[in-house]
Unconditional design. Sequence first.
Length: 123
Amino acid sequence: MIYEAPLPVSDLQKSIEFYKKLGLELAYVQEKLAFLWIDKGESWLGLWESDNAHLAYHPSNRHIAFKMDKDDFEHVKDWLQSIDIEIRTAFGFSPEQQPLVLPNHPHAHAAIYFLISMVIPLN
């Protein structure tokens, strides 16, 4: 089991608010660091404010997968839109095609793609 997943962010407070909208609970915060529970007492997301948060997009450095109940799957798109999180085209799947089930071996899984909060300041 993974205990911690860290992400670089350029605006810690905006990133905290984004992940709280997704239902994560703030566990710890200091000047340039915050942790939010993914599964309370089991695993958390670390947000590290950095001037080096801007990396070119690639799934290996900007990808987080959340576990959800099967019953919630039908409503996830409406829920994300209700909290102003836009579904995006990814891997050739348009927002209209999502959520979807991918038959990846050895385990099929559901997917819906949206941008995670990693606010980059304009210079």
